[in-house]
Design a protein around this ligand. Structure first.
Ligand code: ARG
Length: 384
């Protein structure tokens, strides 16, 4: 009897022993996570992708501060919130890893362009774990060309500990890669062109993507064509991942698409939050697969809050610790209420100063290990 018990314990332990890098979706129990850093952040110099992403009201700020460190008081306030977020994740039993501190205001030159950097605050934009593979995205901004350097000690360590590590091909980011004419158009014109004619600031002659344009549902991955991610990258992704995965291109009625995690946010099998201001064009895919798409609650951010990189819909950019616990910004009460009504346990954390830099809990993290295995969630018959 004792022997039998011991035996079953051993088997159980070896089943629970996951590879160090292992994540298949956005909701299984989180064990290890990379949380970005704001220290060393610099204001990107004006470039076509920045023009396409930020609001014209911010241009004065970018003209004044481009290439210089972000104002210290903004960095300090966001750093404090990130520290507290890390403390809470650790208290919830999660291993927290951080990138290295870099001075992103250093200027660099490649054969094609000169720029300075941005930050290592948003690991979601550059890294994605699919199964036991950690993929380093090429990025699309000149100011983000060398961002991977802040994560290299981590990616090398994960390689040494058994992970598959893939560096995706990078575009040269030369002037020809961008539609500069589009970038310089007045904002209303750009928005109309993107919404009606599918115009984007990046062209398609080389693959280019940010990891945050991908959302994982086990064997099915949904990717949007955005100002960072192009069609050739979607082809690369499918071919790189092989037959075990299906990569689906989906679009939203979004005049300014960049990163899918304020548009479609799965909470657990069968339930996803969607952004009511930018409906998914292929919504019926999810309904056919048996998923409920729930409209996210309206953001609570005051209009005058400084936001250099994203919209106030970053309120829906939550982080699931498992199928019950979800981290939500403390002042987003409508979002908290919505999630509580759906049966989730909300962990509120102050994060508005991080918002200013363009992201929230999902953006500032890369889930390295979740207690999950490769599964299907109803999408096996869809055609995209
Ligand atoms: N573009 C989105 C918005 O403005 C924000 C997405 C941010 N996501 C990220 N991973 N950085 O609503």
């Amino acid at each position: 009897m004792i022997r039998q018990l011991l035996k079953s314990n051993i088997t159980e332990n070896s089943i629970n022993q996951l590879p160090v890098v292992n994540s298949h979706n956005e909701w299984d129990t989180l064990q290890e996570v990379i949380v970005g850093r704001i220290e060393g952040a610099a204001v990107p110099p004006i470039e076509p992708t920045l023009l396409a992403n930020t609001s014209p009201s911010n241009l004065e700020f970018f003209h004044k501060h481009g290439g210089k460190p972000f104002p210290q008081e903004l960095v300090d306030a966001a750093a404090k919130e990130l520290e507290e977020f890390c403390r809470i994740l650790t208290a919830e039993g999660i291993t927290v890893r951080r990138p290295e501190v870099f001075d992103f205001s250093q200027t660099y030159q490649t054969p094609d362009f000169t720029s300075s950097g941005f930050y290592a605050a948003m690991p979601r934009d550059i890294l994605i774990v699919i199964g036991n593979e950690i993929i380093e995205a090429p990025m699309a901004w000149k100011s983000r060309f060398f961002e991977y350097r802040a994560y290299r000690s981590l990616t090398v360590e994960y390689l040494q500990r058994g992970a598959k590590w893939t560096v995706a091909p990078k575009s040269n980011m030369s002037n020809e890669f961008y539609d500069i004419e589009y970038a310089n158009k007045p904002v209303e014109e750009r928005f109309a062109l993107t919404k009606k004619n599918n115009c984007f600031v990046t062209r398609n002659q080389e693959p280019s993507f940010d990891a945050a344009d991908i959302v994982r549902f086990g064997k099915d991955l949904f990717v949007q064509r955005s100002h960072a991610t192009n069609d050739l990258a979607i082809t690369w992704l499918q071919r790189n991942l092989g037959d075990s995965y299906r990569v689906h291109k989906i679009q939203f009625q979004d005049a300014n698409p960049l990163h899918i995690d304020a548009s479609l946010v799965p909470l657990k099998p069968g339930i996803a939050l969607v952004n009511p201001s930018r409906p998914c064009i292929q919504e019926e895919i999810f309904r056919k697969a048996g998923w409920d798409l729930i409209n996210a609650a309206s953001p609570t951010l005051p209009k005058n809050w400084p936001m250099y990189m994203c919209s106030s819909w970053i309120s829906m950019n939550i982080l699931s610790l498992d199928q019950e616990r979800i981290v939500v910004e403390s002042q987003e009460e409508p979002t908290q209420k919505l999630l509580q009504d759906l049966g989730f346990k909300v962990i509120p954390i102050d994060f508005r100063h991080v918002y200013t830099f363009g992201g929230s809990f999902h953006c500032v993290t890369c889930d390295v290990r979740r207690d999950s295995k490769l599964e299907e969630y109803g999408f096996s018959d869809i055609d995209t």
